[in-house]
Design a protein around this ligand. Sequence first.
Ligand code: AQP
Length: 333
Amino acid sequence: MGKKIFSGVQPTGNLHLGNYLGAIKNFVKLNNEDQNQCVFCVVDLHAITVAQDPKKLKDNIYETVASFIASGIDPEKSIIFNQSKVSAHSETAWILSCVARMGWLNRMTQFKEKAGKDKEKASIGLYSYPVLMAADILLYDTTHVPVGDDQKQHLELCRDVAQKFNNDFNVDNFFKLPEPLIQKKFSRIMSLRDGTNKMSKSELSDLSRINLTDDKDQMINKIKKAKTDTLPLPPTSADLEKRPEAKNLMGIYSTLMDVDLDNTINKFSGKNFSEFKENLSQVLVDKIIPISSEIKKLLKDKNYLNQILDNGHQKADSIASKKLKKIQEIVGF
Ligand code: AQP
């Protein structure tokens, strides 16, 4: 039997190599497996947990859809839609927020990181974000959720919420407990400026990430400027452990080439960074520029993108509203 896949990407702009290698590349693989039912959501309700410029948000929604399609997701085979258009997500999130416990949410590291020191001023939405994410996933009887490593804790919370709902209302197996699908290696792509921080859309320095819409010169320049150390490339993977920037760049190369890290190490051991960076730039340009060009082309055809979203909205709404109706009956509405 095929898998039921659900995952989301926030339309917060600057979709980057981390989003692609950590999540979207995996979406494409799952989309291409025959039996799977895939739902890929542009999670705009999640995006507004931090302030967004309304005009840019609209553009970013189109850019996210274009990135899905340019990366190889087939909109005929997978459901692609905008989260805010299917009201069952918000309605289910409210019900589940009465099931989830404060103590569980207090442990979420992403909230702590994003809220920073001034958590009194963070939005309530940012705090309860994982409950909305649980609603997103559970509405589609999802069996597998392809995500980057940073989302693992939220997935565990989703399973806890599902289990507690099933227990509290005595509805065994009503919500399925979804499994995370996280890449085994290099599940977290790090910033090009600091190998200990994840590559992120909201990082101020554009030099910290490769955007999926960057052109060839920008990519080459960012790799040239990527932080490194002064040593030549090492002979074993153990030697990389204390060299986060070298490890990240070699990981990016290996993931793009679909080869093991040891393979990359053997190829470049003893060489200096400038030679390695030339090879890395070349593979980036070969693999990502076709996607980048396709995104730009698709963004010129808003009618086509709207058509995909409308079509996806109808399909998603039909599944989600049926599940919501059952949830409402169970809680006694
Ligand atoms: N650096 C990363 N390495 C691997 N996977 C990553 N993902 C994000 N960054 C990396 C994965 O991409 C998917 C979509 O992420 P998202 O946009 O919904 O949210 P995010 O994790 O908050 O992404 P960013 O880039 O870090 O955005 P900001 O800066 O706004 O917080 C998810 O599966 C995520 O794991």
